[in-house]
Design a protein around this ligand. Structure first.
Ligand SMILES: Cc1cc2nc3c(=O)[nH]c(=O)nc-3n(C[C@H](O)[C@H](O)[C@H](O)COP(=O)(O)OP(=O)(O)OC[C@H]3O[C@@H](n4cnc5c(N)ncnc54)[C@H](O)[C@@H]3O)c2cc1C
Ligand code: SF4
Length: 478
């Protein structure tokens, strides 16, 4: 190990963003990647600590990425070695390197005394260098197995599952109800975070390697379980969790109030050049209120700003997190702390501890959001902290467009699931056993459809594990 105390001397460097004025004129990626020299310097900060919590799947990376060794290889300029290590645990680092919140960095040992190693952007540099140098290319499978697997849904979980199965020689068909593969990567997450060319590049490779993508096919509607059962030896459900949480308050029926995904999908389809779809939602010249403080809400802010919103207010019912790691989430846990996305930096008023009590409007269209401040206090009856409305704290926010981004409460509806009577858990998500198999023999489930709305890195990890379980199941049947 050539490095000794770089972590003392070299500061962490994060990616910078294109200037706000410039980036608001387009939907292209906002990040300015670190240079090769900067990546080399950032890799030098890794302490190669004895017990790397960053790659422990319970505390750090859910995929178990082999991070210190990858950092060492990058530091030594061994890009091929770094890439091989990375791809041994993560089939799609070009997605995680761009949009993963970097759970690994929350568990980085250096993070106890200095800012953590910039693992996420080192990962991105490794895969991008791999593409540039031609190390990443189609690897057509030599020997094909006779078994066929149908994967229903092409989000990160379905794609990861298909990738592992196909590379292992199984014949994989991915059915997708939308026009193009990618799931939320394509139709939820905006291009300014993840350009669609990145998804196309990977999907093209998978197709060259033999994965059969059948888009515009709604399984359970266009094709039945019998159709799949007659043709495939296993079925993997990877349909995501797309049922949004609604806000049952007076005035909800007014025009101009939409779920975030209606808004984001419409814009993503426009950027992709796909035909118009759904209600025409346009933030241009409007006062926009986003209800919900998570990733989806943040993506609504960036999209609304690009469409020309005059002002954007984001309301969150939870308290404002502390600027530094909260004591409630000590290292190596993922730190609860205030985070500011590139979209927040583009201009939005963020308010915390705010509950929405109603909407009022004119001519059937929303004009104001009624709100009240809350305090979080322990509720004996509920046995947990609950928001308590503060008397006299009522206020209103002007709004021409309201976007509800309050999370997702149920798996994407699928008539096949209903027709087969596949068992669900108490939350309403699809149940599975330790083999990831549902209550119906040979039908598996993976990703958000089982786990509830989560993260891309978790969907990828779950999809990879489901693939291994499908292989074990099919091998046992032979
Ligand atoms: C706006 C938004 C922003 C996000 N940003 C981030 C982020 O920055 N970082 C991060 O880590 N996570 C983020 N997430 C979460 C992440 O996108 C999801 O956790 C992840 O995509 C789940 O993957 P999945 O494959 O399980 O499901 P999905 O990505 O939802 O994919 C499911 C796919 O199944 C298809 N499908 C459903 N039913 C059928 C059917 N009957 N027949 C055929 N196809 C079907 C759907 O059309 C879809 O393509 C974000 C989520 C949203 C909504
Ligand atoms: S996938 Fe996410 S958690 Fe895992 S190493 Fe990459 S950035 Fe970290």
């Amino acid at each position: 190990m050539a490095r000794e105390r770089e972590f003392f001397d070299v500061p962490r460097k994060d990616v910078s963003y294109r200037p706000v004025d410039e980036r608001l004129k387009d939907f292209c990626a906002v990040d300015i990647p670190l240079t090769d020299a900067e990546i080399h310097e950032q890799a030098s900060r890794c302490m190669d600590c004895g017990t790397p919590f960053c790659h422990g799947s319970s505390t750090g990376c859910p995929l178990g990425n082999v991070i210190p060794e990858m950092n060492e290889a990058v530091y030594n300029g061994q890009w091929k070695e770094a890439l091989d290590l990375l791809l041994s645990t993560n089939v799609f680092p070009e997605f995680t390197g761009r949009i993963c919140p970097a759970l690994c960095e929350g568990a980085c040992v250096l993070g106890t005394i200095r800012p953590a190693v910039n693992i996420c952007k080192i990962e991105l540099a490794v895969i991008e260098e791999g593409y540039r140098r031609g190390y990443v290319h189609a690897l057509p499978c030599g020997v094909r197995k006779p078994e066929r697997v149908a994967v229903v849904g092409s989000g990160p979980a379905g794609l990861a599952c298909a990738q592992v199965l196909n590379r292992s020689g199984y014949n994989v068909t991915v059915f997708e109800k939308d026009a193009k593969p990618g799931g939320l990567l394509r139709y939820g997450i905006p291009d300014f975070k993840l350009e669609k060319r990145v998804i196309d590049q990977r999907v093209d490779l998978m197709a060259q390697e033999g994965v059969d993508f059948q888009c515009n096919v709604n399984v359970g509607d266009d094709i039945s379980y019998k159709y799949l059962h007659d043709r495939y030896d296993a079925i993997v459900l990877a349909g995501g969790a797309s049922v949004p949480r609604d806000l049952a308050v007076p005035g909800r029926e007014l025009g101009g109030i939409h779920f975030a995904m209606e808004f984001l999908t419409q814009q993503n389809r426009e950027v992709c050049g796909e035909p118009e779809w759904g209600p025409d939602i346009d933030a241009a010249g409007k006062k926009v209120v986003v209800i919900g403080g998570g990733d989806t809400g943040s993506d609504c802010i960036g999209t609304a700003r690009r469409q020309g919103a005059t002002e954007v207010v984001q309301l969150e019912i939870m308290p404002k997190p502390p600027a530094e790691r909260s004591e409630s989430t000590p290292w190596p846990q993922w730190p609860l702390m205030l985070r500011e996305s590139s979209s927040h930096k583009e201009g939005a008023v963020r308010r915390w501890n705010v509950d929405t009590t109603g909407f009022s409007g004119e001519g059937g269209v929303v004009k104001q959001v009624q709100c009240v401040e809350v305090e979080w206090a322990f509720d004996e009856a509920a046995g947990r902290l609950c928001p308590m409305r503060v008397d006299g704290s009522e206020f209103t926010v002007d709004a021409d467009l309201v976007l509800i981004a309050m999370g997702f409460v149920a798996p994407t509806r699928n008539d096949l699931v209903e027709a087969l009577g596949i068992a669900k858990d108490p939350r309403g998500f699809i149940s599975r056993d330790e083999r990831h198999m549902t209550s119906v023999e040979g039908v598996f489930v993976t990703g958000d459809m089982r786990n509830g709305a989560s993260l891309v890195v978790r969907a990828i990890g779950d999809g990879m594990q489901t693939a291994r379980n499908v292989m074990a199941h099919l091998s046992a049947k032979c």
